[in-house]
Design a binder for this molecule. Structure first.
Ligand code: SAH
Length: 244
């Protein structure tokens, strides 16, 4: 999996690339990431990448040329152009499903905006998809690109030590994850549920599934509409809803 990140602030990625799971994945060559400062592709004598908006108004808009040239330089020798993703508050809201779909590509190009954002022609003629990480406005796309990369790399086979650990995560099953406990079995009088200590795998699986359902119903009932549920689970949910 390779990421090419186009940014005016490559230094923002230093901590992310040199820590924890991202670092390990890069050391093991499971993930590769390159940072491109698209200011290097400005043809302007002052290396300008932005300019005032036509029609007036405040702020600065990213010019098309440096970004087009940077993407073209990256893809010059590739036969199939990898998807170009623009970080944008106007994009499709990012979800676990989207992370899963993107993790199937071997390469992605991420564009990080700044200031007032991008000239519309970048959106229209360079970008395949716009991604928003939530309904709020950031000063730049760098944090969004890190969020997107982080959620994708943990799905790349081999990146998480225990292959099972991404599968049961919240959202992967369409539900929120069940509560987790670790040692000690009794912490200040708060005990771990007996079933988890029982060693009875089928009972543990049933308890976890039940907890996942309860938790999702309580916190994110919207997720239940699309979650793959058994008939029995649907009946239980209906019952729970009519009880309350
Ligand atoms: N004027 C623009 C916002 C610009 S914010 C508008 O109203 O649409 C500057 C840059 O930060 C954007 O170009 C984008 O790359 C990034 N950004 C801001 N909020 C974001 C979000 N919620 N998700 C992803 N990227 C975001």
């Amino acid at each position: 999996m390779r990421f090419d990140v186009l940014t005016l602030f490559p230094e923002m990625f230093e901590g992310f690339f040199s820590s924890s799971i991202m670092k390990r994945a890069m050391d093991q060559r499971l993930v590769e990431a390159s940072l491109v400062n698209f200011r290097d592709y400005s043809t302007d004598k002052h290396r300008m990448v932005d300019d005032t908006p036509y029609g007036g108004g405040g702020g600065m808009v990213l010019k098309p040329e440096p970004l087009f040239r940077a993407v073209e330089a990256l893809t010059e020798e590739t036969q199939v152009r990898p998807p170009v993703l623009m970080m944008s508050p106007q994009g499709t809201p990012f979800t676990q499903k989207k992370a899963e779909a993107l993790s199937r590509h071997s390469r992605l190009i991420l564009l990080c905006g700044h200031y007032e954002g991008f000239d519309e022609r970048i959106r229209r003629h360079l970008v395949d998809e716009e991604i928003s990480i939530g309904d709020y406005v950031l000063t730049g796309g760098e944090l969004a690109a890190m969020v997107v990369m982080d959620s994708i790399i943990r799905l790349v086979p081999g990146v998480l030590g225990n292959a099972g650990s991404a599968e049961e995560d919240s959202f992967s099953t369409g539900l929120l994850e069940y509560p987790q406990y670790t040692r000690p079995a009794d912490f200040r009088g708060w005990k771990v549920p007996d079933v988890l200590l029982s060693g009875h795998h089928a009972q543990i699986a049933r308890w976890r599934r039940q907890q996942s359902l309860e938790r999702t119903l309580e916190r994110r009932p919207d997720l239940l509409e699309h979650a793959p549920l058994t008939d029995e689970e649907r009946a239980w949910l209906k019952q729970r809803k009519s009880d309350s």
